[in-house]
Write a protein that binds this ligand. Structure first.
Ligand SMILES: [Zn+2]
Length: 246
């Protein structure tokens, strides 16, 4: 029997033990969505797969693909070890949260572009870009895949493009349509708009004041809470880490 091995770019979302020596891996791939992989023997320290099958490994995976079943992992080539992220507890927590969030968003929408958004975001964090800004950019973009994206060109009610006073459920709100929504400063609305449209790869520098960062982060947290129904333990953990070092 000839076994065809496929080279797959992917990121390990999580692993669970299987039997005494093996692992089952949840791999987010560039081309095939989220797939399950059996890594035989990978729990054993002597196995060559051992160090290459840790959670958050990003690489090329050589896989015997079986549609709708557990595929078999044969080998891994690292693309980057994300060294800077792994050396910083805040960055590790950020990556953990983004992995969880991304997996949820992908499962809701199955849009393959989510993979590129996520990996490009991680690369920017690895390169030293502000992890909170990158996180907020992904959170804004992901809302579109959850069916609760923002209208950011005009008032959601009357389509007016002027006298915008805040952003609320679904998007911008003008002075005439305003009822009692919390006020988000215009500078932050402009940033949220930028986050929505910016190509993460093309970001050279984004300067956001600590104050505006905080306003946007709290706004997005409340928005996710209210409109997506998602609850992620890794988000709570990240918030604790942020509180303990600020
Ligand atoms: Zn209006």
């Amino acid at each position: 029997m000839i076994i065809m091995i496929t080279k797959v770019e992917g990121f390990i979302l999580s692993t669970v033990n299987y039997g005494e020596t093996s692992l089952v891996i949840q791999l987010f791939t560039k081309e095939y969505g989220i797939i399950g992989l059996m890594a035989k023997g990978a729990k054993s320290m002597k196995n060559k797969l051992h160090a290459l099958t840790l959670p958050y490994t990003y690489g090329f995976f050589y896989v015997y693909l079986k549609p709708n079943k557990l595929s078999i992992l044969k080998d891994v080539d690292l693309i980057t070890p994300f060294k800077n992220i792994h050396n910083d507890i805040t960055l590790i927590s950020t990556m953990t949260y983004l992995s969880d969030l991304t997996a949820q968003v992908f499962k809701e929408s199955e849009e393959q572009i989510i993979y590129d958004l996520f990996i490009n975001g991680l690369k920017k964090i690895e390169d030293g870009f502000d992890p909170l800004v990158i996180t907020n950019i992904l959170e804004v973009k992901y809302l579109n895949f959850l069916g609760v994206g923002f209208v950011l060109d005009s008032c959601i009610n009357c389509q007016s493009k002027t006298n915008i006073v805040t952003i609320g459920e679904g998007g911008l709100i003008c002075k005439n349509c305003y009822v009692n929504e919390p006020i988000i400063p215009l500078a932050c609305i402009k940033l949220i708009r930028l986050y929505e449209y910016v190509d993460i790869n093309s970001i050279k520098n984004i300067n956001v004041s600590d104050k505006n960062k905080k306003i946007i982060d709290v706004f997005l947290e409340n928005y996710y809470h209210q409109y997506t129904g998602m609850y992620l333990k890794s988000k709570k953990f990240l918030d604790k880490i942020k509180d303990s070092i600020s």
